[in-house]
Ligand binder design. Sequence first.
Ligand SMILES: Cc1ncc(C[n+]2csc(CCOP(=O)(O)OP(=O)(O)O)c2C)c(N)n1
Ligand SMILES: [Mg+2]
Length: 573
Amino acid sequence: MNTARENTIAARALIGGLAAAGVRHAVITPGSRSTPLVFALADQDVITPYLVIDERSAGFFALGLARKTGRPVPIACTSGTAVANLFPAIAEANLSRVPVIALTADRPPRLREVGAAQTIDQVHLFGRHVRWSIDLPVPGPGPVAAGFEAAGTRAVQAAMAGLPGPVQVNVPFDEPLVEPPADHPGAYLPPAGDLSLPQFPVPASPLDRIAGLLRSARRPLIIAGPETGGLPADPLLRLAETLGAPILADPLSGLRAGVPDGAPVLDAFDAWLRSVPPPPPDFVLRFGAAPTSKVLNQLLAGWSDAVHVLVDLPGGYREPNGTRPLVLMGSPAAAAEALAAVPAQAEGGWRGRLLEADRAARAALDAASREPCEPFEGRVFTELRDLLPPGATLVAGNSMPVRDLDNFFGLRQEPLDITANRGANGIDGVMSSAAGAAAAGAPTAVVVGDVSFLHDLNALWAAREHRLPLLVVVVNNGGGGIFHYLPQAAHTDAFERWFATPPGIEPGRAAALFDLPFCRAESWPAFREAVESWVQAPAPFVVEVRTDRRANVAMHQRAWAAAARAAAEVLGR
Ligand SMILES: Cc1ncc(C[n+]2csc(CCOP(=O)(O)OP(=O)(O)O)c2C)c(N)n1
Ligand SMILES: [Mg+2]
């Protein structure tokens, strides 16, 4: 036995444990210390490995792939700052509950804290951002394989149990890291086990109390917030029917696409609730994370006479509005099914009027987004709603894209998987997350601002390398358009330099750097043509839509005002 062979055996056992627990995709980043892990991933074909060079991008790529497939995605990296570069994606994965497994190669303990090359304190580096982390022993002679295999399986369990999330497996390796080719064992077959997903029934005691309160609710409201993998649409729609409750559906809830015509789903509320507040609900039932809509969060905080109920998995708590909710712990489907048995008492017309107001507001928003003036950023989503094929993925960047998604996408009957990095709301890694989602195979469109585009250019490399079915729509408004809606916009001198920060880059030249096809859509027919051509043959493609930040503020305000007028008319205000 020699060190290199021991490394191989241990690394293969670890990868075997991951495969046995249901892992099917992985990300590899380059480096030397991680060599045994890289060979263990490259020498088998149960888990498909993707190479991504930059670890920050790779972390988000793993996040996007794990979110899309619902399975944990391990990412192997070398020691040192490589590990720290995973942090943004780990932080997002923690908050948005995505199972990413950092396999971080390390020096053996005797080389830590003694000035050895490429060695940082990386043990438990991610602190409370991971569900579990372990520093494995240095592989040596003797029966280490069982322990490494168990660590792989356990990493998956920790990433999927209760609240899904990231984990870190730190793996120290001694040199020599790998045997010469003549002695290196060839391909091997790890066990391809399947993933088991825990389901949580709702406990009887809070359920009885909540059901009692719900029985007398006259104006019940369901809020479907953002949820990784989407909330279970059918149980929620059945619940809405039995309660006579409308559902305010966040664009990231899974209820904005693939829902049947006539479903009691409101999708325009962010635009009209700000100026036409509805009669206060007396029972608010929340699923998923806090909504993207700031207006809705503010209203929630003000509905202090209502009973607030928060449904979440055991250990989850996502309520930043101070409503002091009753918490019903369990799987959303189990909770919805249990509550659907409660006999309803909703006021006649309560749901119908809100739905009618919302439909009128939606029509007004659609019309406003199609006004023939300056290119309007919101229209990107009205167009994509109609253009993306069934089963595609739509990723919205943070900043204005996710807000425009909320306001201007509306609803569609054909299925579409809509995601965004809304755990930590970073503008880093937006395109890499989309690239990772695209690696799962479905055509994937990402809408990203120009500053966010610059932040994550390396994603274009991964898109080209893996020939991903990825459409990048860059909304180029020459800086951070979102800041125009904030008080700092009034500080005109400081604003452009320190907040708007126009990057002054040409997305077309960035695309050229990566040999990717590019088009600047100068009109909406041209935009449609570009997207339609991509739908015919999905492959990496960058489309730029140039807009004017200032003009877009005014256009948003006009659209919101039109939505509010339409809703007010229905509600007789
Ligand atoms: C990693 C990270 N850095 C900084 C921010 C703060 N931030 C939020 S929006 C934004 C500007 C984004 O500009 P752009 O991508 O062009 O989108 P737009 O506002 O124009 O829609 C910045 C810097 C953040 N959310 N995440
Ligand atoms: Mg911008």
